[in-house]
Ligand binder design. Structure first.
Ligand code: ADE
Length: 228
């Protein structure tokens, strides 16, 4: 396995780059890719920056240029369910682009020419990641929705939940990585620590969380994952 690890922001991946043994850095397309050994696993860590295009580009480059065989996205997300609390972890079983709508040409959410609206994560990677996360906090598994919007209004998250009743979390990158990995045949998984409730308090809660717990969780989960 050669594992690509993507996060949007530095806070979501803090400590991991420092933990890489024999690191070597490569700049490409405005991003820094750091390769090395992470607890015996051959790994490449990179920050995608925020949004679906940024994440899609990063995932494609990881595969095509850095030859990773598996991808994990780790970061924070807003809660999409009343039972999913700040500090819990959501491990995706499938991901959807909630802002994709080519109707009436294709059904809402469907990605043209894939016949899919939900992209399933790799079962083995997801299982191992959920096990690693379960040693740290409460873990939920299910649907994550991604879009090029920070969800920071109660009315926004309520509207999304009405359309996607099984929604567990919202973020801005995971489903883009999912589509790229599906199209390139790369097993992938997405893990998100809940930073906020995607409501009117989301922006303040997000800023607070990202400065504190976010990085420690990501580090601990990836460490457990690699050592498993
Ligand atoms: N990432 C963390 N919180 C988020 C939110 N409320 N909306 C979108 N992405 C997020």
């Amino acid at each position: 396995m050669r594992l690509g690890i993507i996060s949007a922001l530095a806070e979501e991946q803090q400590g991991l780059i420092e933990a890489l043994e024999s690191p070597s850095k490569h700049f490409h397309g405005m991003r820094e890719y750091t390769s090395g050994k992470l607890w015996e696993i051959d790994a490449v860590c990179v920050l995608s920056r925020i949004g679906k295009v940024a994440a899609a580009m990063t995932a494609a480059i990881l595969v095509e240029k850095f030859e990773v065989t598996h991808i994990i996205f780790t970061g924070v997300a807003g809660s999409g369910d009343k039972n999913v609390n700040v500090g819990d972890i959501v491990v995706a079983e499938s991901l959807i682009q909630h802002d994709f709508d080519a109707s009436p040409l294709f059904p809402r959410f469907e990605i043209p020419l894939t016949s899919l609206s939900r992209f399933a994560t790799d079962v083995a990677l997801t299982e191992r990641l959920a096990g690693a996360a379960g040693q740290i906090t409460r873990v939920h598994r299910g649907l994550i929705a991604s879009g090029d919007q920070f969800i920071g209004k109660l009315t926004q998250i309520q509207a999304l939940k009405a359309d996607l009743p099984d929604l567990l979390a919202v973020e801005m990158e995971g489903a883009a990585v999912a589509q790229v990995c599906f199209e390139l045949g790369i097993p992938f998984a997405v893990i998100r620590t809940i930073s906020d409730n995607a409501n009117d308090d989301a922006a303040v809660d997000f800023m607070h969380f990202i400065k504190g717990v976010a990085s420690r969780y990501a580090f601990d989960v990836i460490q457990n994952f690699c050592k498993a």
